[in-house]
Design a protein around this ligand. Structure first.
Ligand SMILES: [Ca+2]
Ligand SMILES: [Ca+2]
Length: 309
């Protein structure tokens, strides 16, 4: 089955006939619609304010959100719920909704422990420099978010205290990970440096209690970068947090360069240090003890390398 199902579209219709086709890209092995009793589509403005929200029939072939005013910086959030609990999620990059123009944009839509990487040529602009600055990712969709629900140690006071948005892509050189971390106290404790750790299981063979040659991790924060061979990372400080960019080469992942449709293991953890401890730690897929050891491949979430368009 092709991963990109063209019929799963959300049509955002502006006045005067403009339209953005939101193409919900799924992984071939994932069933993000299964068991949902509610599919909620929200359109937000660039400041995160809700412009419109509607429930859609999860079984319908496509959906229409009409009557939006033209504008830029619109974000489409697609959430799948079962018994009131969030099960699946997708989020577009900022979209421009113009009158009398039809465009198509991808939104990776997956159950929560699955994240989708799209071709970097489709979602990032220009040549990606792995320097921690995420300019190239300005229009890319969001593959995963970390927040209070991901807390495994402590609890963040709010999103500004500790949260993250993850964007994923792949290309000839490997898998790219871009993370925007909100942390309102960066570099507050030199003994407990703020950082993220990205871990992978390149072959997706889910070793239960050891790391194979296709598995590894990279540690990146404003005061440290520790990367194994064939992995490069960069970091940049921003007001209210920091941004991280990582490229994991195919050599580190132990697989040949992808042409699409690969399944791997992936984990992302963020650490917020202050006052002599890591006060809050969030893990994209909760793992046993992120301060004690890295998750083994069998404990990681799943990364789907997919093609689009
Ligand atoms: Ca960059
Ligand atoms: Ca492995």
């Amino acid at each position: 089955m092709r991963a990109s199902i063209g019929s799963l579209l959300v049509l955002l219709a502006a006045g005067c006939g403009g339209e953005v086709e939101i193409d919900l890209v799924r992984a071939s092995f994932d069933s993000p619609f299964q068991g949902l009793d509610r599919l909620r589509v929200s359109v937000l403005d660039s400041a995160g304010a809700l412009l419109t929200e509607r429930d859609l029939d999860p079984l319908a072939p496509d959906w229409r959100v009409p009557g939006l005013d033209p504008g830029s910086g619109r974000v489409v959030l697609v959430e799948g719920l079962a018994a009131g609990e969030l099960r699946a999620r997708g989020e577009s990059g900022p979209l421009t909704l113009a009158a009398a123009e039809t465009r198509r944009a991808p939104v990776p839509f997956a159950t929560l422990p699955v994240a989708i990487a799209l071709p970097i040529s489709s979602i990032a602009s220009g040549v990606v420099q792995v320097d921690g600055r995420l300019d190239e990712w300005a229009n890319a969709p969001v593959a995963a978010v970390l927040g209070a629900r991901n807390a495994v140690i402590g609890q963040p006071r709010n999103m500004a205290d500790l949260s993250a948005r993850v964007q994923l892509a792949w290309g000839a050189d490997g898998v790219y990970v871009a993370v925007r971390v909100l942390d309102d106290c960066v570099l507050c404790d030199p003994l407990y440096p703020d950082m993220i750790i990205v871990s992978w299981d390149g072959r997706g063979d889910r070793e239960p209690n050891y790391y194979g040659p296709d598995d590894g991790y990279v540690t990146v924060g404003p005061s440290l970068i520790e990367a194994p061979a064939h992995v490069v990372a960069g970091v940049a400080l921003l007001p209210g947090g920091y941004t991280v960019e990582v490229r994991i080469g195919w050599e580190a992942l132990g697989v040949p360069a992808a042409r699409g449709e690969l399944r791997m293991g992936l984990e992302i953890e963020i650490f917020d240090g202050r006052g002599g401890a890591y006060q809050v730690v969030e893990a994209w897929v909760p793992s046993p003890d992120p301060l004690d050891r890295r998750p083994f491949p069998a404990e990681m979430g799943t990364l789907a390398v997919e093609t689009w368009p």
